[in-house]
Design a protein around this ligand. Structure first.
Ligand code: NAP
Length: 433
């Protein structure tokens, strides 16, 4: 039997699901990978920091999957706008939602709607040239920036703001961001954690990198660090990360124009300002059973920009059960929403882990499909989808179109940079003619 599988989302979770399906069914599976953007690779293109190019090399693997027989990429097709879930589940034997978690979790404090408060999905999308955020107003005319959260996304945002434009010029950072950074007045970047150094979820490499920036120096308050003997109880990788934080408290600091202040044991309580952000009010915390508890002591951090890096939510889609508390689709542990409809990656388990964590997710969801789908609906689901999209005037892009866009971006790159991204869908479709 030939199985027709639609995977929604052309990011890591989508490609690892396709890879697992090909391993399981070989040439008897026909796979359509559908994405709302004309370009593939999701978080690799729009989430991974531009100065971490080596991580982006994994797209070569996804490309190989997409160039195999029986796998198609259909970009610029939005589920919910161009085609419904109900239509897809009617056509395909299995539909897998690998749409990631592209929306910011709300901070939920007074003043968080002031101009100058951004979520990391927006800010990261802006520097990575995601079409949704290319026109984001990012005002870097102020000295202070407050970055809320103690995860790797917070470090990514701090590092991009702290680097020189020369350090970033040879990356694929969006041209509009490089131009904005040229004019940046930012000199004090505050990374705010509601808990302490031991509870931070930075990884070793990301924390360590902050110690080697050309024009920025990281600072940790020595008093925020627990007694060094307590590091022994940490998992070895995490202990190494904490060792970096310790070095930021003790090593001599060279004079540099930008300071990255780690503000541990501070929870955000309000954003204040006249018409836009001028300060973030934080409350000192202490740990009780591992959780942050406010002490009532307030501090104001002067800043013109607040970036909340506190986690993400999956988009809702009409007809798909959603777990509002967790901000993701309601599925079982394997990703089964109901037989025929599945979720994988962040859309199933929330925004955590590395790119590679999505690989076992792909195998797990394919096992669920294999258990549920014992007979194919038959027919050519891809051809039926093409006809449906054509009848609605939707202009789907295919992998060959991506190769054209890729060559175009590479061709117009700054000297030494891998590419200069196209940052609007209209521009991309214009290049394709
Ligand atoms: P994360 O690691 O889960 O960190 C989220 C942070 O937000 C935590 O410190 C959390 O504090 C804090 N937080 C949540 N709600 C808050 C609130 N209301 N007020 C104050 N703080 C709040 O998530 P992430 O940084 O978004 O990263 C997502 C995943 O992508 C992670 O697995 C990360 O490692 C990965 N990633 C990896 C790289 C890389 O490898 N280079 C780069 C970027 C992202 P609590 O701990 O107290 O809840």
């Amino acid at each position: 039997m030939t199985l027709n599988i639609a995977i929604i989302g052309a990011g890591p979770a989508g490609y690892y699901t396709a890879e697992a399906a090909l391993k399981h069914w070989g040439g008897t599976a026909r796979i359509d990978i559908i994405d709302r953007l004309p370009t593939p690779f999701g978080l690799i293109r729009a989430g991974v920091a531009p100065d971490h190019q080596s991580i982006k090399a994994v797209t070569k693997r996804y490309e190989a999957t997409n160039l195999g027989a029986n796998v198609r990429f259909l970009g610029n097709v939005m589920v919910g706008r161009d085609v419904s879930i109900e239509e897809l589940t009617r056509l395909y034997d299995a539909v897998v939602l690998s749409v990631g978690a592209p929306y910011d979790k709300a901070i939920g404090i007074p003043g968080d709607d002031l101009p100058g408060v951004l979520g990391s999905a927006a800010f990261v999308g802006w520097y990575n040239g995601h079409p949704d955020f290319a026109a984001l107003p990012v005002d870097l005319a102020h000295h202070g920036v407050a970055i809320i959260g103690n995860g790797n996304v917070a470090i990514d945002c701090a590092r991009i703001l702290a680097k020189t434009t020369a350090e970033l010029a040879t990356t694929d950072i969006a041209g509009h961001t490089l131009a904005a950074l040229e004019q940046s007045a930012v000199s004090d970047i505050h990374i705010i954690g509601r808990r302490g150094p031991h509870q931070a979820s930075f990884t070793t490499k990301e924390a360590g990198e902050l110690g080697h920036l050309e024009r920025a120096v990281p600072i940790v308050r020595a008093g925020d660090l627990p007694p060094i003997e307590e590091d022994a109880a940490l998992e070895p990788g995490h202990r190494k990360m904490v060792t970096h934080l310790r070095s930021f408290a003790t090593e001599p600091r060279p004079e540099k124009p930008v300071t990255i202040h780690f503000e541990f044991f501070r929870r955000p309580v309000a954003v204040e300002g006249e018409g836009r952000v001028q300060r973030l009010i934080v409350e000192t915390t202490r740990l009780e059973n591992g959780q942050a508890v406010g002490t009532g002591e307030l501090h104001a951090i002067p800043c013109g920009l607040v970036i909340a890096c506190i986690g993400y939510r999956t988009a809702t889609i009409d007809g798909v059960p959603y777990d509002n508390g967790r901000g993701r689709f309601a599925s079982d542990d394997q990703g089964r929403i109901f037989p025929g409809l599945y979720a994988s990656g962040w859309a199933r388990r929330g925004p955590s882990g590395t790119i590679g964590t999505n690989r076992p997710d792909g195998f797990s969801v394919v096992d669920a499909i294999a258990a549920d789908v014992t007979a194919s609906k038959g027919g050519d689901a891809g051809a039926a989808l093409d006809a449906l999209l054509a009848s609605r005037g939707a202009r789907a892009t295919h992998f060959g179109d991506w190769q054209t866009l890729d060559a175009h971006e590479v061709g117009r790159a700054r000297p030494g940079a891998p590419r200069e991204k196209l940052v609007s869908v209209a521009e991309m479709l214009g290049v394709l003619g």
